[in-house]
Design a protein around this ligand. Structure first.
Ligand SMILES: C[S@@+](CC[C@H](N)C(=O)[O-])C[C@H]1O[C@@H](n2cnc3c(N)ncnc32)[C@H](O)[C@@H]1O
Length: 222
């Protein structure tokens, strides 16, 4: 279970996201995000957004509901993926903060797949300009030795860029920051500014191929 403690890096990340939102999305800001027991993301962003949608898999979602203005913030006991699938909230969202602690390639036992969630979100939203913030840990879960996944750039080229382009979004800005968690795991916080471009040709996306001509990275081969 996620231990929601006061954390200077998380606070710093939220400050960066806050400033980016103000700069890039002038009005009608709708956010979908992962928060924690103490709803720190809600508290920071609520003053400048119209509405927030928060899925939470843990039981403390009940405590979270007590701490927010329920007219402005919808909290559901479900996964991010289910929230995108089952409800129409994602259609009007122009900001997503997928603040994960695990790997980008996901965790089968916990049924969390960050890359798939972002893809689903981009597929569902009807907004043209999107701020997409995400955190995950930098660990190679592909099982392939030919990818040095500790390198942030390769995460971008192998996973994020092809997935985003496959949903016909152009990447206007990509700001990654690597930081270290207490236990020593390297984490990455990324802010992307995306804009819809229906002219993107899916057949021209640069998927990365290994020496046998097989795709590496995205889509993830399970
Ligand atoms: C790292 S915390 C978010 C922290 C928060 N953004 C902050 O700045 O303090 C992630 C939260 O999302 C929940 N969570 C993780 N994966 C999820 C998923 N796939 N769907 C819904 N909730 C999830 C965790 O239980 C946890 O409460």
């Amino acid at each position: 279970m996620y231990r929601d403690r006061e954390d200077a890096t998380k606070k710093g990340n939220l400050d960066i996201l806050y400033k980016k939102i103000i700069k890039e999305i002038p009005k009608n800001r709708y956010v979908m995000c992962l928060d924690g027991k103490h709803v720190r993301t809600y508290k920071r962003l609520n003053p400048v957004v119209k509405k927030m949608f928060i899925p939470e898999i843990e039981d403390y979602y009940k405590d979270m509901k007590q701490k927010v203005d329920n007219k402005k913030c919808v909290i559901k006991n479900c996964t991010l993926s289910h929230m995108i699938d089952r409800y129409n909230h994602a259609q009007k969202c122009n900001i997503i903060y997928a603040d994960y602690t695990g790997c980008i390639t996901g965790n089968k036992s916990k049924e969390t797949f960050p890359l798939d969630d972002i893809k689903k979100f981009l597929h569902k939203t009807r907004e043209n300009k999107i701020i997409c913030a995400l955190t995950f840990c930098l660990r190679n879960r592909t099982g392939r030795k030919d990818i040095n996944i500790d390198v942030e750039e390769e995460y971008f080229h192998y996973f994020l860029e092809p997935m985003i382009k496959s949903e016909k979004f152009e990447i206007l800005e990509y700001n990654p920051q690597i930081y270290n968690r207490e236990k020593g795991t390297n984490m990455i916080f990324i802010i992307l500014v995306l804009v819809k471009n229906n002219k993107i040709d899916n057949s021209k996306i640069d998927y990365y191929l290994d020496e046998d001509g097989e795709r590496v990275g995205y889509p993830i081969q399970q």
